[in-house]
Ligand binder design. Structure first.
Ligand code: HEM
Length: 383
């Protein structure tokens, strides 16, 4: 049989997709959502199995907006083509490089951002802290040190908007091309300057004489995926701990660490809620018929609240076992920036923020938005 059709209200879904996810998991875990023009997989077990079956659930999506706007990066390749690019960037993203090279840079950037906030009583955590911290880190990791952090944030957002522009708004598309052009110009300029021996993405790609097209597509991927997720996770974890002060106290008392807070936050409010796939050939799974070129969304945000895996999944709890959480994916495309993210967010940004502002209090309600990318809207804290 074909997956049943399930309508959603797009605006409600963007504000809060979790009630819809719960309904889908319970009544139609594999269903076609016309408003998204995609078949959604919402159960943890189905995503866990299907994501690894790359001969059917393919990442190659030549007609997809990401490929068209940003070029074919590793996240839009399968098998050996994908593995080769993952191998090339390993020296940039490995745990060893993260600890030996990037961590100190993250500390230095975060320190100067915190110093710049010293005279303020009120801080906009998203825009004044999480955004520059995330963008400065990404400048180092990509090698685009010739870009301002504001430009890094702008081009990241422009590409994200472009990739989600399913209604083909021409202004969004135009802005996205302006952002990708800016990235190409910055890459070109850095290459002309001559790259050093740092382990940035640009340097490691150049060291294997990778073609410009591939370098450009993968730098764009790292920027579109490496800016807003750490930003949302840093700001969101801070907000959530401030709302759950007893749990914050447990961290400050040493019962739990900051990594636990980040990992539970990323389960509870998954910064990337979805990863798309294309059905490569006609296929049936659990009596459902999939046809070649069907678009499938793996809904990580739903899987991370699956009640078959997590008890009381809607609660943020530091004492939860998060080992089955799939906030970074569950297959060969598992986030390449996972080590970098854990270090930046849980070893640097959040602990340094709470250390600098020990008397911090939330000044406004925290609202969240998004379903493919989800994070807090700007909110203020009193320090
Ligand atoms: C809170 C932070 C982050 C989260 C939650 C996150 C999550 C994800 C997810 C869910 C995927 C797709 C996995 C899949 O389809 O199976 C992904 C892929 C990827 N991410 Fe991240 N990400 C984060 C930060 C970063 C950062 C900082 C970078 C780069 C510096 C990065 C680089 C990548 C790359 C290159 C891929 C594609 C990997 C591949 O195709 O093999 N991510 N990420």
């Amino acid at each position: 049989m074909l997956p049943i059709s399930f309508n959603i209200n797009y605006s409600d879904f963007t504000n809060n997709p979790y009630p819809v996810f719960a309904e889908l998991r319970n009544s139609a875990p594999i269903s076609f959502v016309p408003e998204l023009d995609a078949i959604l997989l919402t159960k943890h077990s189905d995503i866990f199995i299907c994501e690894k079956n790359i001969s059917v659930f393919s990442s190659v999506q030549p007609d997809g907006l990401m490929t068209k706007l940003m070029g074919q990066n590793m996240m839009r390749k399968d098998g050996e083509d994908h593995k080769a690019e993952r191998r090339t960037i390993f020296p940039t993203v490995s745990p060893k490089t993260t600890q030996k090279v990037w961590k100190q840079k993250f500390v230095d950037h975060t320190k100067s951002i915190l110093e710049s906030l010293s005279d303020q009583d009120l801080i906009d955590v998203v825009n004044e802290f999480a955004k520059p911290v995330s963008a400065q880190a990404l400048k180092s990791v990509t090698g685009l040190t010739n870009m301002t952090w504001q430009e890094m944030d702008r081009v990241s957002q422009g590409m994200i908007d472009g990739c989600a522009n399913y209604i083909r708004d021409s202004n969004v598309e135009k802005n996205c091309y302006d952002c990708t052009r800016s990235i190409d110009n910055h890459i070109q300029e850095r290459m002309e300057q001559g790259l050093g021996s740092d382990p940035s993405l640009l340097s490691v790609f150049a060291s294997v004489n990778e073609k410009f097209e591939t370098i450009s597509a993968n730098i764009k991927l790292a920027i579109s995926g490496g800016q807003n997720e750490p930003r949302d996770a840093i700001a969101g974890t801070i907000a959530t701990l401030l709302k759950n002060r007893q749990q914050l106290k447990k961290i400050l008392d040493g019962e739990f660490n900051w990594l636990k807070a980040f990992e539970e936050y990323a389960r509870w409010m998954s910064p990337i809620g979805m990863s798309p796939r294309r059905i490569a050939k006609d296929f049936s799974y659990k009596d459902f018929e999939f046809s070649e070129n069907d678009r499938v969304f793996l809904m990580f945000g739903s899987a991370n609240r699956d009640e078959d895996i997590f008890e009381k999944p809607n609660e943020f709890r530091l004492d939860r076992d998060v080992t089955q959480s799939i906030s970074f994916g569950a297959g060969p495309h598992f986030c390449a920036g996972a080590w970098i993210s854990k270090t930046l967010i849980a070893e640097v940004a959040i602990p340094m923020f709470f250390e600098k502002f020990p008397k911090i209090e939330l000044q406004s309600e925290v609202e969240y938005s998004g379903w493919a990318f989800r994070g807090p809207k700007p909110f203020f804290v009193k320090v």
